[in-house]
Design a protein around this ligand. Structure first.
Ligand code: SAM
Length: 225
């Protein structure tokens, strides 16, 4: 899977070189490229925004500069036939869920558009919707407003990439996780020591009775729902 992000703050994406995502990159499971939107701007200030039509506070990101950046990624794609899932991050988008992560984990190329200021000119999404190589998605990571889409992109990338084969050390970790198809939250988990600050691990988990443990976990999941 190829993952590209367009941003005016490429440094925001440095955490992607850490931990399991960093390992997935070094093992060739995913390829990540970060594109600086300002590289497509002209003038001394490399400005990427302008005042909003209709007036109002703040600035809007210009569609021509965004399109130059997106086209450059599409034109230089190693596989010119693969579909690009263009993900426009916006608080007005669909609330991102585990189900979306699963669907997007099938993508061959995810392209994240991280907005700033008052967001990206609405014609960018409109235009790429009509381009056969693109599928356009609008996603929000929650009902609050961030300063930019970079953190939202990282949240989505982490949720998607951990579903790819070979990324998690033990793929069984995915089976009983919260928000999976069964629709239950995961049961509470415990490790050593068996008594910590007066709090004991539920006795059933120390019993070695796998049937009882499975039953306890199922009931605990339902109680969390
Ligand atoms: N004026 C916009 C509004 O009220 O909907 C908010 C713009 S916000 C300050 C700047 C950028 O941050 C957005 O273009 C988007 O890329 C990103 N962003 C902010 N909150 C987000 C969220 N909850 N989910 C995804 N992206 C978000």
């Amino acid at each position: 899977m190829k993952i590209t992000a367009i941003t005016i703050f490429p440094e925001y994406f440095t955490p992607l070189s850490l931990s399991l995502i960093g390992k997935a990159v070094s093992e060739g499971i995913i390829e990540i490229a970060i594109s600086n939107l300002r590289d497509f701007a002209s003038g001394n200030h490399k400005s990427v925004d302008d005042t909003p039509y209709g007036g109002g506070a703040g600035m809007v990101m210009r569609p021509d500069i965004w399109a130059d950046a997106i086209d450059a990624i599409s034109d230089s794609d190693a596989d010119p036939n693969r579909i690009i899932d263009l993900i426009i991050l916006t608080p007005a988008g669909k609330r991102f869920s585990q189900e979306d992560a699963k669907a997007l984990s099938q993508s061959e190329h995810l392209l994240f558009a991280a907005g700033r200021y008052e967001g990206i000119d609405a014609r960018v999404g409109e235009h790429y919707k009509s381009q056969p190589r693109f599928r356009v998605h609008y996603f929000s990571i929650g009902d609050y407003v961030l300063n930019g889409g970079e953190v939202a992109a990282i949240v989505m990338i982490e949720a998607i990439v951990r579903l790819l084969p070979g990324v998690l050390g033990n793929p069984d970790s995915l089976l009983e996780e919260s928000h999976n198809e069964i629709g239950l939250l995961e049961y509470p988990v415990y490790t050593k020591p068996p008594i910590w600050r007066g709090l004991e691990v539920p006795a059933v988990l120390l019993s070695g009775n796998h049937g009882e443990i499975a039953r306890w976990r199922q009931i605990s999941s339902k109680l969390r729902d």
